[in-house]
Design a protein around this ligand. Structure first.
Ligand SMILES: Cc1ncc(C[n+]2csc(CCOP(=O)(O)OP(=O)(O)O)c2C)c(N)n1
Ligand SMILES: [Mg+2]
Length: 687
């Protein structure tokens, strides 16, 4: 195989010929003018849009200028260069900081016209940074704390791939985080994990401006962030965030650290604004014409809106070309790899599954058909993972301290630690939110397919990150076991009832609830093959019979729903729809109805979203024309009306569960074959 180093279709370009070289370190006056270019673009764009956040870009401009002109390794001509440093603006409200940087540094797509169209429909300068809209943006941020969580995942992926591929993976992850990022609970999970794993190439620049929306931070917080990070195993220091030399020195020290580093940069929000600097009034609204005029005077910025003088733009463009030689050296290192390793690296970075993947699935399915098993779907998932993780080396598993319950660690998979980054299982600790955000970061980094585990009821603890994975279209796979009252004795605190509906409400998320070992394998295949979105696999604690005993090579779950038991003459009067553990109940109900001469079919619905996404005719064929439709799922009804209609019968939960052995609970809540059959008969007027 001949492999050219073009990732995601972006090939290498030559640096702009006119780029001027600039000295390192920059003379203070040059630094100030470069930083002021960011400030001017931010205040002018926010003013023009009549909305946005000028405070952060103006306050953090010095930090960004030092980082991007002296440290960050990146190439505007190849935004997806795999070995680039990652920069995450966790405080996404400061998006104009990023857009200004991308324009000044020479990212082709980021024109001055895009800056002028900040926050307008169809621009690549949306209100908060969206990685799927704008080349050069690593992750979608805005919900505070998420970016920091993503960055931890990126740093994990970097160490992991470096351990596997050597010198072609060697980069830093930098984060700019605000007070709000560090106040959100997710930040504690993220920094504790990063400290524990000694992710020394992770550097957090804290925009320590002491201001949030309501006013001074003292209204709501008294944390010593330096001590907090230190206690989590980080190196931490406090500096003047407007002193380029101090910023530079601190980053230099951070880059040589054996631990992750926090640099608390004392800054003034809205730096340069005559009356609003240092105040929350500069946080999130246009400064206004008078204030902008005053800021121009204070900063010595004499140019009209959106105009960057040629010398300053050239300094910036030359900073944008800084890493050309590093990129070239990387190309050479990459070309020197053995051809198989090169191909394997490119395959993983491009997110393609190994050739022969579908054969692996087929062989596993054949074994299941030959030896049917009555096992819980969480066990079926572990069995599937034994085969899949062997075939797909980029899968990195984990669990939030429920490894033995989630069954996400196949035998022989070593646990990752600071001493062994090549290992493929992560003990995330009891940190579901941090785990889900880190998984997003790993997927965004590329080269890794993260999957992990917790209980379905705790999907609530991961939800903000799952939502962002869906928005970004990232392949992360959440194994969520103990998926209903079927978990039994742990009781209603642990029994999800509304979670399936709540997860199904997230666009672009696939919620799989397989009914047996074969469907579990098929759902795993679909989750892995879906490059453009996250998946949840909702799995049982309790054993289930294997309903699919015949070998069918085709993935029947791909359509989201299919007839798993047909009516004898094909003229069913009743269709029963079910997912997961309730499919077996539906099949038993069908036997009861058939025995009474009521022809019944059963449709297994392992993925409602995939069924709803079928072309109308195909969806209608699966749903069928039987006059009576009944759905059964040990969860709330919400969402099922799309399949059974508002007048359909539903057998499931209407409130919270209870603590008891699971068979007693199914009886107690009436989720039984008899009740399903009765519901159908009632509807037919026979009962
Ligand atoms: C999870 C979450 N909650 C609330 C918000 C709304 N919000 C945006 S910025 C912000 C706080 C601003 O303070 P800080 O993070 O210090 O940013 P600065 O004003 O210093 O730029 C809030 C509450 C959000 N974006 N995300
Ligand atoms: Mg702040």
């Amino acid at each position: 195989m001949i492999f050219t180093p073009a990732f995601n279709g972006i090939s290498l370009m030559t640096p702009p010929a006119a780029a001027m070289r600039h000295p390192d370190p920059l003379p203070r006056a040059e630094h100030d003018r470069m930083a002021n270019a960011i400030r001017a673009l931010a205040m002018d764009a926010v003013e023009q849009a009549k909305s946005g956040h000028p405070g952060l870009p103006m306050g953090a401009a010095d930090i960004a200028t030092v980082l991007f002109t002296r440290h960050l390794k990146f190439d505007p001509a190849d935004p997806k260069w795999p070995d680039r440093d990652r920069f995450v603006l966790s405080a996404g409200h400061g998006s104009m900081l990023l857009y200004a940087l991308l324009y000044l540094l020479g990212y082709e797509a980021m024109t001055i016209d895009q800056i002028k169209r900040f926050r307008q429909l169809g621009s690549i300068t949306p209100g908060h940074p969206e990685n799927f809209e704008t080349p050069g943006i690593e992750t979608t941020t805005g919900p505070l704390g998420q970016g920091l969580g993503n960055a931890v995942g990126m740093a994990i992926a970097e160490r992991h791939l470096a351990a596997q591929f050597g010198a072609v993976v060697d980069h830093h992850t930098y984060v700019l985080a605000s007070d709000g990022d560090l106040m959100e609970g997710i930040s504690q999970e993220a920094i504790a994990l990063a400290g524990h794993l000694k992710l020394n190439k992770l550097v957090v620049l804290f925009d320590d401006n002491g201001i949030s929306i309501d006013g001074p931070l003292s209204l709501a917080d008294s944390t010593d962030q330096v001590k907090r990070f230190e206690s989590a195993g980080w190196a931490a220091s406090r500096i003047d965030g407007h002193d380029p030399d101090a910023i530079n020195r601190a980053i230099e020290i951070a880059r040589a650290s054996d631990r992750p580093t926090l640099i608390a940069c004392k800054t003034t929000i809205g730096f340069g604004a005559p009356t609003k600097a240092g105040k929350s009034s500069s946080h999130g609204s246009p400064l206004g014409a008078d204030e902008i005029k005053g800021a121009r005077e204070k900063l010595g910025w004499t140019y009209p809106p959106f105009e960057i003088p040629a010398d300053i733009l050239n300094w910036w463009r030359s900073a944008g070309a800084r890493s050309k030689s590093a990129h070239k050296a990387w190309d050479e290192r990459f070309a020197a790899l053995p051809i198989e390793k090169r191909g394997e690296f490119a395959r993983r970075i491009n997110g393609d599954l190994p050739p022969g993947f579908s054969n692996v699935v087929r062989d596993a399915k054949e074994k299941l058909a030959a030896e049917p098993k009555e096992i819980a779907t969480r066990i079926a998932s572990e069995n599937a993972l034994t085969v899949l993780t062997a075939a797909v080396p980029e899968m990195v598993g984990g669990s939030a301290d429920l490894t033995g319950s989630n069954n996400t660690r196949p035998k022989g998979m070593a646990a990752m630690s600071a001493a062994d980054y090549a290992a493929r299982f992560i003990h995330y600790g009891i940190r579901e939110h941090g785990m889900a955000a880190a998984m997003n970061g790993m997927a965004l980094h590329g080269g890794v397919i993260p999957y992990s585990g917790t209980f379905l009821v705790f999907s609530d603890y991961c939800r903000p990150s799952i939502r962002l994975a869906a928005l970004m279209g990232e392949r992360v796979i959440h194994v969520m076991t103990h998926d209903s009252i079927g978990l039994g004795e742990d009781g209603p605190t642990h029994q999800p009832v509304e979670h399936l509906a709540a997860l199904r409400a997230i666009p672009n998320l696939h919620v799989f609830r397989p009914c047996d070992a074969v469907e579990t394998l098929e759902c795993w295949q679909l989750a892995l093959e879906n490059k453009d979105g996250p998946s949840v696999l909702a799995l049982t604690r309790q054993n289930l019979p294997q309903l699919r005993k015949e070998m069918v090579t085709r993935n029947l779950c791909a359509a989201g729903g299919y007839e798993i038991a047909s009516s004898i003459a094909g003229q069913a009067r009743v269709s029963i729809f079910a997912s997961g553990s309730e499919v077996a109940i539906a099949v038993e109900a069908k036997k009861l109805l058939d025995a009474q001469g009521v022809l019944t079919r059963v449709v297994s619905v392992p993925c409602v979203e995939r069924l709803m996404a079928q072309p109308p005719a195909e969806r209608a064929a699966v749903i069928g024309a039987a006059p009576v439709k009944v759905a059964v799922e040990a969860a709330v009804r919400q969402g099922w009306d799309a399949i059974i209609g508002a007048d359909g019968e539903f057998v499931g939960m209407t409130g919270f569960g209870a603590s008891a052995p699971y068979r007693d609970l199914y009886k107690h809540f009436g989720i039984t074959p008899e009740n399903v059959a009765d519901a159908a008969l009632r509807k037919l007027g026979k009962n």
